[in-house]
Design a protein around this ligand. Structure first.
Ligand code: C5P
Length: 237
């Protein structure tokens, strides 16, 4: 299970990110590099993480015209990242170009549907008439039809998205806490057990691992709980 843990490197310092990577390489499968870290660490940091033995989830949430997003995904794939994110709301053509750019590479494009920071009233303010829950499914369907192979979804959305996209799709879920972990600024958390039982494939975990007194031991606790959840899910429990 440990290879299904993605540790979020939420820092703007490439040096401290690499310290985390060195501590946890071998204990987890992947490291998430996002918009705060990438502008400082750049491709060099991605290469160093890979050299240390971790796969990279490049979370830059591309959202632009189809030609630009296709090019961005091609560049990410050339860097050898395992996952790269795009906003599903960029539309069909953009999704199709993103999927096409990743085809035949080792990179899987993950679509972000509706940010969990947006609720129904935020969507209506932007001008969308659907509820967030409907919009998640509508965007996931569209992305899947355009050839996107994976999705980032909140643990709550996992069962409905899994039902829609089928077994082959990759579902990646943040907002996970072991019982007893500090919830911090997350509003709705689930345990690793629940997330895996509900059908998630990978979990994104930040502070409960990176800020733990013993990060490697914390990662092992996550992996144990995930393993039990996965088994419960396959038994239909
Ligand atoms: O420290 P923590 O485990 O809360 O970090 C979770 C990571 O997942 C952060 O990088 C955060 O930006 C990301 N994330 C999230 N909720 C979402 C999407 C991404 O927590 N809906």
């Amino acid at each position: 299970m440990k290879e299904r843990i993605i540790v979020a490197l939420d820092t703007d310092s490439p040096d401290s990110a690499l310290t985390v990577v060195q501590t946890l390489a071998g204990e987890v499968g992947m490291f998430k590099v996002g918009m705060e870290l990438f502008p400082r660490g750049g491709p060099d940091l991605v290469r160093k993480i890979r050299a240390a033995g971790g796969d990279v989830f490049l979370d830059l949430k591309f959202h632009d015209i189809p030609n630009t997003v296709g090019g961005a995904v091609r560049t990410a794939a050339a860097l050898g990242v395992r996952f790269a994110t795009v906003h599903a709301s960029g539309g069909k053509e953009m999704l199709a170009r993103a999927a096409e750019a990743a085809r035949g590479t080792g990179t899987t494009v993950l679509a972000v549907t509706v940010l969990t920071s947006l609720d129904d009233s935020d969507l209506s303010e932007i001008g969308f008439s659907s509820s967030a829950a409907d919009m998640v499914l509508r965007l996931a369907r569209m992305a899947m039809e355009e050839g996107i192979g994976g999705f980032v979804c909140s643990a709550r959305e996992v069962p409905a998205v899994r039902k829609l996209v089928g077994k082959q799709a990759v579902l990646v879920t943040p907002g996970v806490r072991l019982p007893g972990d500090a919830v911090l600024d997350q509003k709705r958390v689930v345990t690793p057990f629940e997330a895996m039982r509900n059908g998630a494939d990978y979990l994104v975990v930040g502070r409960p691992i990176t800020k733990a007194a013993d990060p490697a031991a914390a990662a092992r606790r996550f992996a144990d709980d995930m393993r039990s959840g996965r088994e419960a899910g396959s038994r239909g429990a």
